[in-house]
Write a protein that binds this ligand. Structure first.
Ligand code: FAD
Length: 408
C-alpha cells in the first residue's frame, strides 16, 4: 500500500500552503497532496474576478509554478477524492478504491457550493463558482452568446460575478432573498453602497426576491420564476448562495463537528494525528470573543496552514491571526479587517459618494472591525486599533481628517 508521512487532502489554498509551510519549517518527511480538482493548485479569488473577466490566464493564477511541487518533493495526486478515513488503521480510501496510509493527515477540503433545491435546479446553464472548471463552463457559454444572466445571491461572489458580467456586456439581474446585499458579512452602510453602485452600473438588483423555480426548454435554463410569480427570462444563471463544508469522510470517521469540523487552537481535530484547516475548520476565534466559527478567506486558510505545520514540526503556536478579506468590484477595492458580526455601533468615515470611505464597527466602545472602500490607509491603520482592542470615541472616528493611527 502507498504511504506518506503527511497526507494533505485538498489542493486549494489551505492544502498548498500547508505543504509550503511544512517545507519552510524544515520538514523532511514525505508529503502527498491528494486533490479532487484535476488542475494543480490555483488561487480561487480570481475565479470571480480577473479569470472570469478574461484578464488573467490560468498560468497567472497558479499558487506556485508547476515545477515547484516536484522541487519541494511534494507529490501531487490531482483528480482524486478521499472517500473514507480509517483513523485506527490510519488509512484513506480514494476514488477507484486504492488505499493510502498516513502518519499525519491534514484535511483541507474546503466546501462545496450550496445548490438550489427548487424545481429546475439541475438544468444546464446553471453555474456555481468554486472551481476553475465551473468558470470555464461559464466562459464557454458566454463565448457562445449567453447574454442575459440572473445571479442568485448578493454575497461577495454573486456581486463580483455580477460586476464582471456587466463589464463583459451582459444584462444582469441580481436576486437577493434578504432585504440587503452582504447581509451576512457587513453592516447596512456597506450594503446600501454596493446596491447603489451595482444599480448605477446597470445591474437590476432585486431585494427580498425569493426564487421559486427555474424554467427550461427541456434541457437548458430559460428563466427564473420568483415566488411572486414573475419570471425573468435568461440564458444563464449564476448561483452564489454559500458553501457546505466538505467534511463528510471526517465526520463518518468520528470527528466532532457539524457546520465544519471542530479544531482546537493548533488546528487539531478530535481524531488522533488529524488536523483540519481553512474553510472547513470550525474554531474558537479570539476576534469573535472565542465563539466557534468558520471563516472563508485566503487569510484564514494560509494562517491555519502555518499553525498546523508548526504544530506538526514541534513548534506549536496557537491560532490567533487577525481576520482580513478583500473584494474587487468595478473600480472599487474593498478591504475588510476584523469580524463585524457582533457590533453594536457603526461609524461612517468619509462620504460614500466620493467612492472612498470606511465603516468602523464597535462593540461596547471597542473597535472590532473595519470595511474600507478604496481607503487602504484606514485599513492598514485600523488593523492596529483592532489588535490593540482600542476603545475610541465614535465622534473622533467620524472625522476622516484625523488619521486612525493618531487615535491609538
Ligand atoms: P479550497 O481552496 O476550496 O480547497 C479545497 C480543495 O479540496 C478543493 O480543491 C476541493 O476540490 C478539494 N476537495 C474537496 N473534497 C475533497 C476530497 N474528499 N478529497 C480530495 N480533495 C477534496 N477569499 C478571500 O480572502 N478574498 C477573496 O477575494 C476571495 N474570493 C473568492 C472568490 C471565489 C470565486 C471563491 C470560490 C472563493 C473566494 N475566496 C476569497 C475564498 C477563498 O478562496 C477560500 O476561503 C479558500 O480557497 C479556502 O481554502 P481551503 O483550502 O479551505 O479550500
Amino acid at each position: 500500500m502507498e504511504s506518506a508521512d503527511i497526507v494533505i487532502v485538498g489542493s486549494g489554498h489551505g492544502g498548498a500552503q500547508a505543504a509550503i509551510a511544512l517545507r519552510q519549517q524544515g520538514y523532511e518527511g514525505s508529503i502527498l497532496m491528494i486533490g479532487r480538482d484535476p488542475a494543480p493548485p490555483y488561487e480561487r479569488p480570481p475565479l470571480s474576478k480577473e479569470y472570469l473577466a478574461g484578464e488573467k490566464p490560468f498560468e497567472r493564477i497558479l499558487i506556485r509554478p508547476e515545477g515547484f511541487w516536484a522541487d519541494k518533493a511534494v507529490t501531487l495526486r490531482p483528480g482524486t477524492a478521499v472517500l473514507k478515513i480509517d483513523p485506527q488503521a490510519k488509512e484513506l480510501t480514494l476514488t477507484g478504491g486504492a488505499t493510502v496510509a498516513y502518519g499525519t493527515l491534514i484535511w483541507s477540503a474546503g466546501g462545496d457550493p450550496r445548490r438550489l433545491s427548487c424545481p429546475g435546479a439541475d438544468l444546464a446553464g446553471i453555474h456555481t463558482v468554486r472551481d476553475k472548471a465551473d468558470v470555464d463552463r461559464m466562459l464557454a457559454e458566454l463565448e457562445a452568446g449567453a447574454k442575459r444572466v440572473v445571479v442568485i445571491g448578493g454575497g461577495y461572489i454573486g456581486l463580483e460575478a455580477a460586476a464582471v458580467l456587466r463589464k463583459r456586456g451582459c444584462d444582469v439581474v441580481l436576486l437577493e432573498s434578504q432585504d440587503r446585499v452582504l447581509g451576512r458579512v457587513a453592516g447596512e452602510d456597506l450594503s446600501r453602497f454596493y446596491e447603489d453602485e451595482h444599480r448605477r452600473q446597470g445591474v437590476d438588483v432585486r431585494l427580498e426576491a425569493m426564487v421559486g423555480a427555474l424554467q427550461g426548454d427541456g434541457s437548458r435554463v430559460t428563466g427564473v420564476t420568483l415566488e411572486s410569480g414573475e419570471t425573468i427570462a435568461c440564458d444563464m444563471v449564476v448561483v452564489g448562495i454559500g458553501i457546505v463544508p466538505a467534511i463528510g469522510p471526517l465526520i463518518s470517521a468520528g470527528a466532532a463537528g457539524a457546520n465544519g469540523v471542530e479544531v482546537d487552537e493548533m488546528c487539531r481535530t478530535s481524531l488522533p494525528d488529524i488536523y483540519a484547516i481553512g474553510d472547513c475548520a470550525a474554531h474558537g476565534n479570539p476576534y469573535a470573543d472565542g465563539a466557534v466559527i468558520r471563516l472563508e478567506s485566503v487569510q484564514n486558510a494560509h494562517d491555519m496552514a502555518a499553525t498546523a505545520a508548526k504544530a506538526i514540526c514541534g513548534d506549536p503556536q496557537p491560532y490567533k491571526a487577525l481576520p482580513w478579506f478583500w473584494s474587487n468590484q468595478y473600480d472599487l477595492r474593498l478591504q475588510t479587517v476584523g469580524l463585524s458580526a457582533e457590533h453594536d455601533t457603526t461609524v461612517l468615515r468619509g462620504d460614500p459618494a466620493e467612492r472612498s470611505f470606511s465603516v468602523v464597527y464597535l462593540k461596547e466602545g471597542r473597535v472590532i472591525a473595519l470595511d474600507c472602500v478604496n481607503k487602504t490607509k484606514d485599513y492598514a491603520q485600523g488593523r492596529k486599533l483592532i489588535e490593540a482592542r482600542a476603545v475610541i470615541d465614535p465622534d473622533l472616528l467620524l472625522d476622516p481628517d484625523v488619521q486612525l493611527k493618531e487615535m491609538l
